[in-house]
Write a protein that binds this ligand. Structure first.
Ligand SMILES: Nc1ncnc2c1ncn2[C@@H]1O[C@H](COP(=O)(O)OP(=O)(O)OP(=O)(O)O)[C@@H](O)[C@H]1O
Ligand SMILES: [Mg+2]
Length: 366
């Protein structure tokens, strides 16, 4: 399997630059997910790797070959799209075989490869059907079969699951993960769904406006977001971000949240900045409705409880903005008036600069 290396990759449409010099090294066999809001340049980046878009600047290397000027069919990559792009008049078996047929692979070998791939993807019983007679999930499997059968060096996926309903999406997500474990093909996967990104990726690349904000393992990004953008993008429900002012007492830094003092982690960067505007980040899962050691307390009035079963989402307002906490239900329904304050330990709190949005005490920026 091949590595994929992007160096200072730029995409311009006329004078309009949409990808601004991206650097990204994907190791052989790695599963990398590009995630970010609509229009941030995920598909464009993927299509440049595939050769479907011309590269305006920088260098793309797959394995040990510079690919900028190599035709898509000679790059040894296979792409799976959101809309499957199957041939409606061909059977499942003919759809899977198509790429091999145009490459003039021998008939017996095609039959063997198609049978193999159909076995892997659970399509053996459907080989004679047309795409119209399949479910969405089965169609998506055929699209993957068509990619797998060529034994490419690199798989490229562009939102392959977004046409499926929620349950099927979860199921196919697990299948893609299993497939990657089994075949070990270097994969680049585009999605705007952060849950897909978290569950599939070896490493996640968070993009915004044609730039990379942060690259890291799912837990890196969850535990140490580099700025408020990444903090708000990774995690569900997202991290609460509260505007506050930095103050101190004799024990160290505090956040002044509308007059309520909340203990902050004692980061060296937070010294000597009395009155500085900060953003305090609190993940819903770090909030507690019962007393915990060394925790600050935020008085709250709940306005809504969403019970999910083993957990509930508690909705309130803090400093004039919506705030969500997650609580265990232990099998009992909570009432609004049961909760009058939320607690959080200082070590769980993230602190961002109020002007730049950059994290204080980030391992990558310290
Ligand atoms: N042919 C084109 N001409 C001009 N601008 C384009 C063209 N294709 C895409 N763009 C612009 O490039 C930017 C990046 O688009 P891209 O399709 O890569 O976004 P994306 O991250 O995949 O978004 P989505 O999640 O909506 O699919 C967008 O601002 C888009 O409008
Ligand atoms: Mg896209």
């Amino acid at each position: 399997m091949s590595s994929v290396v992007l160096e200072k990759i730029v995409k311009k449409y006329g004078a309009f630059e949409v990808v601004h010099g991206i650097d990204l090294e994907i190791a052989a066999k790695e599963f990398v997910v590009l995630v970010g809001p609509s229009g941030c340049g995920k598909s464009t980046t993927l299509r440049m790797i595939a050769g479907l878009e011309e590269i305006s600047g920088g260098t793309l290397t797959i394995g040990d070959r510079v690919m900028n000027r190599v035709a898509p069919k000679d790059r040894d990559v296979a792409m799976v799209f959101q809309n499957y792009a199957l041939y409606p008049h061909l059977s499942v078996s003919e759809n899977i075989a198509f790429g091999l047929r145009i490459r003039k692979v021998k008939k017996e070998q095609i039959a063997e490869s198609v049978a193999d791939v159909a076995g892997i993807l659970g399509l053996t019983d459907y080989l004679d059907r047309r795409p119209a007679d399949l479910s969405g999930g089965q169609r998506q499997r055929v699209a993957m079969g068509r990619a797998i059968v060529r034994h490419p060096e690199v798989f490229l996926f562009d939102e392959p699951l977004s046409n499926l309903d929620a349950k099927l999406r979860t199921q196919m997500r697990a299948e893609i993960k299993r497939l990657h474990k089994r075949l070990g093909v270097t994969s680049v996967y585009v999605t705007h769904d952060q849950v897909e990104a978290m569950t599939l990726a070896d490493r996640i690349v968070v993009m915004c406006d044609g730039r990379i904000e942060q690259i890291g393992t799912p837990m890196d990004l969850f535990n140490n977001p580099i700025n408020t953008f990444v903090a708000g993008f990774i995690g569900s429900p997202p991290m609460n971000q509260i505007d506050a002012k930095l103050t101190y007492d004799d024990k160290g830094p505090l956040a002044d949240i509308d007059g309520v003092a909340v203990r902050l982690p004692a980061l060296p960067e937070l010294k000597h900045n009395e009155g500085r505007k900060i953003v305090v980040g609190m993940r819903p899962e770090h909030m507690s409705i019962t007393p915990i050691d060394d925790a600050s307390e935020l008085p709250v009035t709940l306005d809504l409880i969403e019970t999910l079963g083993s957990e509930a989402l508690l909705h309130t307002m803090v400093a004039g903005k919506p705030f969500v906490a997650k609580a265990e239900t232990n099998g009992k329904a909570l009432a609004l008036e049961d909760v009058t304050s939320l607690r959080i330990a200082a070590k769980e709190i993230k602190v961002f600069d109020g002007e730049t949005g950059m994290a204080f005490g980030h391992p990558g920026t310290a």
